[in-house]
Design a protein around this ligand. Sequence first.
Ligand code: BV8
Length: 264
Amino acid sequence: MPSDTTDEQLSLVASRLRSAASVVVLTGAGVSAESGLRTFRGATSADLPPDMRTLWAEFDPAKLATPEAFQADPAMVTKWYDWRRLGCLAAEPNPGHLALAAMEHALRRRGVDFTLLTQNVDRLHQRAGSSNVVELHGSIIQWRCTETGTTLTPPPEPMQRFPPPSPFAPGALLRPDVVWFGETLPELAIATAVDALQRCDLFMSIGTSAVVHPAAGFIEIAAAVGAFLAEINAEATPVSRRVDVSVRGSSANILPKIVQASQP
Ligand code: BV8
C-alpha cells in the first residue's frame, strides 16, 4: 500500500536502500528528461511546440523503430536516428543520473550488489559514472553493420550519407545498434537482468512508462522473490498500484534526496 506523503515515501525508500543486500534499478526515458531528451510517451500536451512533445506524439514508431521501417526507407530511418544520436551526444547527465552513480558506488563500498538496467539508449548513465549498466535496448551512440554485425562509434558530427554505407562489407549499411520493436533483446542483457532480478531484495522502477516488454515484466520477477518494490515517476503508470511505494515527481529532483537520506 503506497504511503501518504512524499517525505514518508522518501524515507521509506532510503531506509530500504540502507538495509538492502541486492538492488536492481530499471530506468527509462524519464530519467533523461531533465537532460533535455524527449521521452517517448507520458504526460504531454498537444498544445506544446513540437520540440517539447513526446517523440511518439510527433513520430510514428511503426515507421521509424521497426526492422520493416528500416527495410522500407533506410534513408529516412537512419536520418531520424542520426538526429537523435546528435541530441544524445549534446546532452549532459542530470542530477538523477549522478545520484544513481553515487548510489551504486556507495552501495558497492558496503558490499551491496547493484545492477542498473536501462531501456535508455543515450549512454548518459555511463557518462554520469555508473559502471554496472545493462543496456536492454542497445545504444544509439554505437551503430552496426547490417551484414557482419560489427559495431563502430561514428564521430560526433552529422553522418555524410543516408543511409550510411558500412565500411565492413560491400553493399551493406550501418544501422543504429538499438533494439527495434519486434526484435529480441541482446541475450546477455536479458540473462544478466534476470539473474540480478532473481536475487534482488529492492527493485526500483524509475522514469519509465512500464509498457514496453519484456522490461515492463521485470517487476514480476523481483516481486516473485519478495523484493521491496518502489517506483519514481512523473505520473502514474501500470505498475503504480503494484509497488510498495510509488513516488510521484521528477527523478532529477527526487533521486538526490533519496541518496542523501540513505547515507548511514
Ligand atoms: C521483444 C528503440 C521478443 C530504440 C524501443 C508482451 C506484451 C505486449 C507486447 C509485447 C510483449 N512482448 C513483446 C511485445 C512487443 C513489444 C512491446 O512491448 N510493445 C509495447 C509497446 C506493447 N516489445 C518488443 O518488440 C521488444 N522485443 O519483445 O522481442 C519478440 C520478438 C518478436 C516477436 C515476439 C517477441 C523490443 C522492445 C524495444 C523497443 N525499442 N525503441 C529507440 O528508438 O530509442 S521502444 C522505446 O520504449 C524506447 O526505446 C524506450 O527504451 C522504451 C521504453 O520507454 P520508456 O523508457 O519507459 O519511456 P517512455 O517515454 O515510455 O516513458 C517515460 C516515463 O517517464 C513516462 O511515464 C513519464 O511520465 C515519465 N517522466 C517524464 N519525465 C520524468 C519522468 N519520470 C521521472 N522524472 C522525470 N523528469
